[in-house]
Design a protein around this ligand. Structure first.
Ligand code: HEC
Ligand code: HEC
Ligand code: HEC
Ligand code: HEC
Length: 457
């Protein structure tokens, strides 16, 4: 072979590798979240007209394709309508106090608040009918409508809409990235509630992707919906939400901007009530107790590991090898939190990679299979896992999981709901968490779930 030919071949090979890596990047490059989609946001008023998503006549949701009552659902005065009030919340005495304590000026004008309490896109990206006071409007989730507003009405088709900038909210992975921005935090400058903001009076954030999706649900899953979109089972939404919440938390923990506060690690990643609880002197149920998931003795701040515990329980069923890896890396991370900042970050990065691999594995698993879902539920309430619920944050996620998984399995009779109620009563809130009673309620649930025929709803 002449050297020229060899050169040619190697040029060819490099360009193939180059092209392959470009396609890999193009594939891996996720759809930008609406907050940074660089499209004009046309405002809720442009979605909410009669004949569109605010159709009075079909206010009961009788539109032929979509309900066309989405605007009224978004504005519901129940929990479901919280996003329509997210801006108004900034005008309350509570918000004023938080903003005063922080010295950020009026809350309703501060990017520190608006980046989560409204669709706070750049001024140049706001069309005529856009109003910041609409709070978390349609386009804060569905993406700037500049390029699809006109043609999505005439049935351009879902693919075309997505190409034009509609955000793929039906995809659980994309949805997690969207919701987490405001419900967990992101690395965009002001989309993060750190312990300073908590200390100023902001409520603790809690979130579970499947439950919160259900609470704010304003769409119907019918035949034409299934034609247009892939429907992920709720259990998959729950599981991938756990994996990605862990991944996002660790990303923020490793990031120098969000992970540190002066000499200390950022406290918001730790269990709030490990520090914020009455000093008990050995007299009540809030006392320190060992936790087999953490190699920590008494008196150490505890990383909030609620998502890790849920994910390990799910992966024990989906991929036991990954579950073991998560567990081991979790223990290493807890231990590293007591050593040095660099060991802590190295351990966090290792666990982050395994969490990402778990998310991918979950998306490739059929979680509409009742046998699998039943096994995951068993793991959540098992005696082994329930020993890890030593703190409220973990118990809260366990309760969400029990509620969502039992609903997915259509377990809705009073025998099970009354037992779930008992568990919920033992975990009424961070200062009223009864570890012993909670575990025995879960034990009761685990006995009861064996009584059912396993059909999925
Ligand atoms: C990372 C996103 C984020 C940032 C930044 C943020 N918030 Fe919030 N805020 C939320 C979420 C999410 C909730 C709802 C919490 C829940 O119910 O789980 C909330 C709840 C609140 C509440 C309680 C609302 C109610 O209905 O009782 C107030 C008040 C509030 N925020 C004020 C502020 C102020 C003032 C700022 C700016 C200093 C701010 N928030 C910054 C996400 C954020
Ligand atoms: C907090 C995020 C969020 C906000 C705010 C929001 N949506 Fe949605 N919307 C979703 C999610 C998630 C779904 C369900 C998944 C899907 O089908 O994309 C959905 C579904 C829909 C659907 C059903 C689509 C179909 O294919 O059947 C319509 C229509 C819709 N939303 C319109 C609106 C309108 C109009 C507004 C404002 C008045 C709005 N949404 C506000 C997140 C949001
Ligand atoms: C732009 C920021 C933002 C995005 C994106 C967002 N939320 Fe929210 N969400 C908020 C804020 C702020 C509140 C609290 C508003 C209030 O108290 O009235 C809230 C409240 C809620 C509530 C009511 C909870 C409660 O305790 O009252 C649910 C449910 C919810 N969000 C679900 C979701 C889901 C599911 C997604 C993703 C599809 C999502 N949110 C995306 C900012 C956001
Ligand atoms: C490692 C210990 C630690 C952790 C973990 C921690 N905090 Fe704090 N917190 C403190 C300290 C120290 C102060 C300052 C007390 C003071 O100013 O007197 C404080 C102050 C506060 C305050 C203001 C004072 C008060 O008690 O109302 C709030 C609110 C608060 N934290 C909320 C939270 C929330 C929410 C979390 C979890 C996301 C959390 N903290 C996690 C140690 C912690």
């Amino acid at each position: 072979m002449t050297s020229k030919l060899i050169n040619l071949i190697s040029v060819f090979a490099t360009s193939v590798v180059f092209l392959l890596s470009i396609t890999a990047i193009a594939k891996a490059q996720p759809h930008p979240v609406p907050f940074v989609d660089e499209l004009n946001h046309t405002g809720v008023a442009s979605c909410a007209t009669a004949g569109c998503h605010g159709d009075q006549v079909t206010g009961d949701g009788a539109g032929p394709v979509v309900g066309q009552n989405e605007y009224f659902q978004w504005r519901s005065n129940t929990e479901k309508g919280a996003h329509s009030r997210a801006y108004e919340v900034l005008l309350t005495p509570h918000a004023k106090r938080i903003a005063n304590n922080l010295g950020v000026g009026p809350a309703e004008q501060a990017a520190e608040c608006l980046d989560c309490h409204a669709d706070n896109v750049h001024a140049a990206k706001r069309s005529q009918r856009f109003q910041i006071s609409d709070g978390v409007g349609c386009e804060a989730c569905h993406g700037g409508a500049q390029n699809w507003l006109a043609f999505h009405r005439i049935g351009a088709g879902h693919e075309k809409n997505i190409e034009a900038g509609l955000y793929p909210t039906e995809d659980p992975v994309a949805r997690a990235r969207l919701c987490f921005g405001c419900h967990l935090g992101s690395s965009y400058e002001n989309q993060f509630v750190n312990h300073r903001i908590m200390g100023a009076g902001h409520p603790r954030l809690k979130f579970e992707l499947d439950l919160y999706t259900t609470i704010q649900k304003h769409h119907r899953v019918d035949a034409d919906y299934r034609d247009r979109k892939t429907v992920a089972p709720g259990t998959q939404v729950w599981a991938v939400g756990q994996a990605m919440a862990l991944e996002r938390t660790l990303e923020l923990l490793i990031d120098n901007n969000t992970g540190r506060a002066g000499a200390f690690p950022e406290l918001v990643f730790f269990d709030c009530h490990a520090c914020h609880q009455p000093i008990s002197n050995g007299t009540n149920d809030l006392d320190w107790r060992p936790n087999p998931g953490r190699s920590l003795g008494p008196g150490a701040p505890i990383l909030n590991d609620a998502n890790l515990i849920m994910l390990v329980a799910a992966m024990r069923v989906i991929d036991p090898a990954l579950a073991t890896q998560l567990e081991n890396e979790g223990r290493v991370l807890h231990a590293a939190s007591q050593h040095s900042g660099s060991q802590f970050r190295t351990a966090a990065e290792a666990l982050r990679i395994t969490a990402a691999a778990s998310a991918e594995r979950i998306m490739n698993t059929d979680l509409s299979n009742p046998a699998l879902v039943k096994s995951v539920l068993r793991e959540i309430v098992s005696a082994d896992t329930s020993r890890l619920y030593t703190n409220y944050a973990a118990a809260e996620q366990a309760l969400f999981a029990v509620q969502r998984l039992s609903a997915a399995l259509d377990m809705t009779d009073s025998a099970i709901t009354s037992r779930i109620e008992n568990a919920s009563n033992a975990a009424q809130g961070p200062y009223a968490f009864q570890y012993g009673a909670f575990r025995s309620a879960l034990f009761d649930i685990s006995a009861q779930i064996e009584q059912y025929n396993w059909n999925m709803r």
